[in-house]
Design a protein around this ligand. Structure first.
Ligand SMILES: C[S@@+](CC[C@H](N)C(=O)[O-])C[C@H]1O[C@@H](n2cnc3c(N)ncnc32)[C@H](O)[C@@H]1O
Length: 209
C-alpha cells in the first residue's frame, strides 16, 4: 500500500474513532464533564505505538467546543515499549494552545517507576489493547493503569476482536475495574484477518469502589 493510501485510511479511522468516543462518552456523565470541563486534564495513552490517535484525543479532550478565553490544557503522555514508534510519535505531535504532548519509551507493567509522570491521570486510553498477546503481561498493565487513575478517572479501551474485548473486560474487572459502558463500532474498518477490525469495540471503565 502506498503512503498516501495508508494516510487516508488512518484519517478515516480517526474520524470514526472520534465519533465513537464522543457517542459513547454521552452515556457517562463524568467523562462528559471531563471532556467539556475547564480545568486542565491529564491523559495517558498507554501502549500507544506510533500514537496515531494523539491528535484525535487532543481534539476531544483538549480543544473541542472551547469557548473563547477557556485555556484548558490537556497534558498528554504517550508510552510504549517500542522505541521507534515512540520516537516517530514525538516528532509528529508537538502540541498547541490546548494540548501538550510528551512521549516515553517505557514498559507499562512498570508504570509506577516513571517518576516523571503525574501522580494520577484523569483519563487512561488504551487503543487496541493486546490481551491476546500475553495474558500475564496485560493483567499487569491493566492493574497498573487502574492504580494510576485519579479517583473519578476513566480507563478507555478499544479492541480489534469481539472475543478479545470480552476477555479484556473480564480481566480488568478482576483487577479492580468496573465497566460503565461498552459500544460496538458499526462503521469499523475491516482488516485482513477474519473478525478483526479497527476500533471494533470501545469501553469505558472506572476503578471499583
Ligand atoms: C496492538 S498494538 C496497539 C498500538 C496502538 N495503540 C494502536 O492502536 O495502533 C499493542 C501495543 O502494545 C505495546 N506494548 C506491549 N507490551 C507493552 C508494555 N509492557 N509496555 C508498553 N507497551 C507495550 C506494543 O509495543 C504495541 O505498540
Amino acid at each position: 500500500m502506498d503512503h498516501s493510501t495508508h494516510r487516508l485510511l488512518i484519517e478515516g479511522d480517526m474520524r470514526r474513532l472520534e465519533a465513537l468516543l464522543e457517542q459513547t462518552a454521552r452515556s457517562d456523565a463524568e467523562l462528559q464533564r471531563k471532556i467539556l470541563g475547564k480545568g486542565d486534564l491529564q491523559l495517558l495513552d498507554l501502549a500507544c505505538g506510533a500514537c496515531h490517535e494523539a491528535n484525535t484525543l487532543a481534539r476531544v479532550f483538549g480543544s473541542s467546543e472551547r469557548e473563547a478565553g477557556d485555556n484548558r490544557k490537556m497534558q498528554f503522555v504517550g508510552l510504549d515499549v517500542r522505541a521507534r514508534e515512540i520516537a516517530e510519535a514525538a516528532t509528529r505531535f508537538t502540541g498547541d494552545l490546548h494540548s501538550e504532548f510528551s512521549f516515553i519509551n517505557g514498559d507499562a507493567t512498570k508504570l509506577d517507576s516513571y517518576k516523571q509522570l503525574p501522580g494520577a491521570f484523569d483519563v487512561i486510553f488504551m487503543r487496541h489493547q493486546n490481551l491476546g498477546d500475553g495474558k500475564r503481561t496485560w493483567e499487569e498493565i491493566y492493574h497498573k493503569a487502574l492504580e494510576k487513575l485519579s479517583p473519578n478517572g476513566r480507563l478507555i479501551i478499544t479492541s480489534y476482536f469481539d472475543g478479545e474485548h470480552e476477555a479484556a473486560l473480564d480481566v480488568i474487572e478482576n483487577q479492580g475495574g468496573e465497566l460503565l459502558v461498552t459500544e460496538a463500532n458499526e462503521t469499523s474498518r475491516r482488516l485482513d484477518i477474519p473478525g478483526k477490525s479497527v476500533d471494533r469495540h470501545l469501553a469505558i471503565l472506572k476503578r471499583k469502589g
